[in-house]
Structures are given as C-alpha cells and as structure tokens.
Design a binder for this molecule. Structure first.
Ligand code: DC
Length: 233
C-alpha cells in the first residue's frame, strides 16, 4: 500500500518572487503548516521603529539587541479569512508589517546576527514537527539544511517590482513604481551581500524562475516533486 510521509520544504529566493504565495498554496494542498519567516523579521523591524531604535539616518543596534528578550512573535490562524496572521507581543500586526515603511528598514534589521539567532531558534523549533513549508532567505542553508525539498525562486526585477506595486495598490497604497523597484533592487543587494546568512542557492535547491510561470504551474511542479519524495511502497 502507498503511504505518505511528511517532509519539510524550504523555499528561498529574492524578494517579491511570490515565495509566500507558492508556500501557502503548497501548505494548503498538502495540509502542511506554513511559516512566513520574513514576517518575523518584519515584526522585529516594527518593534524597532515603534521604540525609535531605527529611523531615517539612525539605527541604535545595541538598544535593539538589548530589547530582544522583550519581543514575542507568534502566528495565529484567523478562522474568518482562513489565513495565519502575525502577532507581536500579543498584538495583531499582520497589516502593519507589510507597510512600505517597514520594508524600507527590514534588511538592516535582518543583518544583525543576534536578531537572526533569535528567529532561527524559533523557526527550528517549529520545523521539528515536520510537514512544514517555510519561506525566507536562509531556510535551505541555515534554518532547515536537512529539508527534504529545497526550492530557490527567482524572477526578473521588473516583474517583481510590478507585482509588489500592484499588491500595494490593492491595499490602497499609491507608491510610485520606480520607488518600489528601487526598494526591490536595494533589498536584493543587501540580502545577497550581507555577512551573516546571505541569500544563496545551495547545490541541492531546485530553481524556479517564475517570470513566465503561472501560479498553478508553479504549484503543479512542486507537488510533483513532493509526490516523488513522499510516496513509499
Ligand atoms: O520575504 P520578505 O520580503 O517579507 O522579507 C523581509 C526581509 O527580511 C527581507 O529584506 C530579507 C529578510 N529575511 C531574511 O533575512 N531571512 C529570512 N529568512 C526571511 C527574510
């Protein structure tokens, strides 16, 4: 008889490549748990902004590091929307963490080793249960180096900026396209060149360039890979 075993799936890639859309689709199709690690870095950034540790032309890293113990991040399922939402110290911050303002500062916060150490520990604890789809920048390299399936996503900067611009517009945020593109390119640079856990494609990661792929095509591709890995006689 054919049995299905649960595996862990690591999805890494550039910003706005649709990692979270694909990860959510996979989790739904397989009844797995989806963890958005970018949301965790965004929540820490929001905390830093609210406490004025970071802002235009200043960043008091030491203060943020000292305050890390006061940051509690969790996810809760919203039964109305059917989506998982991010909580910072008990407060729902799902909408706030997607603001352009947070996007502008998040890469600087994600560069701090102490921040990464805290969040990686939390992510690894969640991954122990198996049946987890996690997306981010260091999932296949640092968080789940043993993940049975690793995906690396990319797409042209123009298409990524266009997607992000449309997403922001739908949320009522009218940011010029050029500004969104600059932010995408700038984050690519910081994410790939930073000293700690830079975004890199491991040899065992399967590349998906979705510049010309539909959402359904991407999901189908991954589900096929999962099928090959999980079906045991
Ligand atoms: O996926 P995202 O755009 O929400 O991620 C926000 C930022 O957090 C991005 O600039 C890179 C950083 N990040 C990271 O360094 N490591 C992760 N595992 C996830 C995100």
């Amino acid at each position: 008889m054919k049995r299905k075993k649960k595996i862990n799936i690591a999805i890494d890639g550039y910003s706005s490549t649709g990692k979270s859309t694909l990860a959510k689709d996979i989790a739904k199709a397989l009844n797995y748990i989806y963890i958005d690690t970018g949301a965790m870095y965004r929540a820490v950034t929001l905390f830093a902004l609210e406490n004025k540790f970071i802002g235009k032309n200043f960043f008091d890293k030491e203060k943020l590091i000292r305050a890390l113990d006061r940051i509690d991040i969790s996810f809760k399922h919203n039964s109305k929307t059917g989506k998982s939402e991010t909580y910072l110290n008990g407060k729902n911050v799902e909408k706030q963490i997607r603001d352009m303002h947070v996007s502008e500062y998040v890469s600087q916060v994600a560069e701090i080793p102490e921040v990464r150490e805290k969040l990686v520990k939390l992510q690894q604890k969640i991954a122990r249960q198996k049946g987890v789809v996690m997306d981010g920048r260091d999932i296949g390299t640092v968080v789940m180096p043993d993940a049975e399936l690793k995906i690396f996503m990319t797409a042209s900067p123009e298409i990524r900026a266009r997607r992000r611009w449309e997403e922001l517009k739908q949320k009522g945020m009218n940011i010029p396209y050029e500004q969104v593109k600059e932010n995408v390119v700038h984050r690519d640079h910081i994410d790939t060149t930073r000293k700690h856990s830079p975004l890199t494609r491991t040899k065992d990661a399967i590349l998906i360039d979705n510049t010309h792929l539909s959402r359904e095509e991407q999901l189908e591709k991954v589900l096929q890979l999962v099928e090959n890995l999980t079906t045991t006689e």
